[in-house]
Design a protein around this ligand. Structure first.
Ligand code: ATR
Length: 284
C-alpha cells in the first residue's frame, strides 16, 4: 500500500511501546484488505498524555490503541466512554469520530473470544485468576459478564486481590473470593486457571506463577503471556495432558475488535495468526 495524502493514521500510545506486536497485526490486516491506512507507535511519557490526546484530535489521527501506563488515566481526556470501558475503568481503544474521541475496552471481548475459540465454556464454571492488576480486572469482568459461577483471585499482594474481588462482587453480584498466590495449592478443583501476572514472561522463562501440583487440579489453563509461546505454566499443563492456550489469541482478538471499531469490519484472524507465528518464531 502506497502512503499518500489520503492515508489514514492509527497508532499505539504507551510507554514503553517498542516491543509491541500491534503495528505488525494492524499493518498486515490493513494491507491484506487493501485499506489505505497505516499504524505506528507513539512513545508517550505519563506527563505528556494530555498533550498527546490533543494531538490525536488536532492531527486527525483516526484511532489509537492505549497501553500501559495510560489505560486508566486517558479516560479523563476523552469525550465519550463506552459502558464496558467505564466498568473496567480502562480504555484500550480510541476512535476519533470527526473530532469526538470515543474510548472503548476490547480486552474483555478479546478474552471471551479466546476461550470460545478453543471451545471453553465460561457459564457455570469455577475460575482461579492469578494476578490482580489491570489485565486481571479485564479477565474477571469478562468471566463475570459471561456467567462464571465463581472466581478466586490469587495475588502476591493480598490487599490488591481483596480490592479487586470486592469490586467484582459489588458490580456483578457473583461469588468472588481472594487469597495469596502461595495459597492456590490449597484450593480444590479448578475449571479454568488464568495467569494474568507477568511471571514466566521473557526473559524469565523458567519462572511459573503456580507449580505443577496446582496445574494438575485445573481442567483448562490460559496464560495471557505469548512470549514465550509456551510458558513454564503451560508446559506443566502440556506435560499432564491438560488443555491450555497462550495469550496470542487474546492479543489478536482484542486487536480485531479495535480494527472493527476503526474500519467497520473484522480482519481474517487465521491469516494474522499465521503471520505472527512465523514472525515471532523467526525473531525471538
Ligand atoms: P497488568 O496491567 O499487566 O495487569 P499490573 O497492574 O502491573 O499489570 O499487574 C501485574 C500483576 O503481576 C500483579 O498481579 C502483580 O502482583 P502484585 O500486585 O503483588 O504486584 C503480578 N506480579 C508481577 N510480578 C510478580 C512476581 N514476581 N510474583 C508474583 N506476582 C507478580
Amino acid at each position: 500500500m502506497e502512503i499518500n495524502a489520503n492515508t489514514k493514521l492509527y497508532g499505539l500510545i504507551g510507554h514503553p511501546v517498542e516491543h509491541s506486536l500491534s503495528p505488525l497485526i494492524h499493518n498486515y490486516a490493513f494491507n491484506s484488505l487493501d485499506l489505505n491506512c497505516v499504524y505506528t507507535v507513539f512513545d508517550v511519557l505519563p506527563e505528556k498524555l494530555e498533550e498527546a490526546v490533543k494531538g490525536v484530535k488536532a492531527l486527525g489521527i483516526r484511532g489509537v490503541n492505549v497501553t500501559v501506563p495510560h489505560k486508566e488515566k486517558i479516560i479523563k481526556y476523552l469525550d465519550v466512554i463506552s459502558e464496558e470501558a467505564l466498568k473496567i475503568g480502562a480504555v484500550n481503544t480510541v476512535v476519533n469520530e470527526e473530532g469526538i474521541l470515543k474510548g472503548y475496552n476490547t480486552d474483555v471481548y478479546g478474552f471471551i473470544d479466546s476461550l470460545t475459540e478453543v471451545g471453553e465454556k465460561i457459564e457455570g464454571r469455577k475460575a482461579v485468576v492469578l494476578g490482580a492488576g489491570g489485565a486481571s480486572k479485564a479477565v474477571c469482568v469478562a468471566l463475570a459478564l459471561k456467567g462464571i459461577d465463581s472466581i478466586i483471585i490469587a495475588n502476591r499482594s493480598v490487599e490488591r486481590a481483596k480490592d479487586l474481588s470486592e469490586y467484582i462482587k459489588k458490580e456483578f453480584k457473583i461469588q468472588c473470593d481472594y487469597c495469596s498466590i502461595n495459597e492456590v495449592k490449597e484450593l480444590p478443583e479448578i475449571d479454568i486457571l488464568v495467569n494474568t501476572t507477568s511471571v514466566g514472561m521473557y526473559p524469565n522463562t523458567e519462572d511459573s506463577p503456580a507449580d505443577e501440583k496446582v496445574v494438575l487440579k485445573a481442567k483448562f489453563v490460559y496464560d495471557l503471556i505469548y512470549n514465550p509461546f509456551e510458558t513454564a505454566l503451560l508446559k506443566h499443563a502440556k506435560k499432564n495432558g491438560i488443555k491450555y492456550s497462550n495469550g496470542l489469541s487474546m492479543l489478536v482478538n482484542q486487536a480485531n475488535y479495535s480494527f472493527k471499531l476503526w474500519t467497520g469490519g473484522f480482519f481474517d484472524k487465521n491469516l494474522v495468526y499465521r503471520y505472527l507465528k512465523e514472525g515471532i518464531t523467526h525473531n525471538l
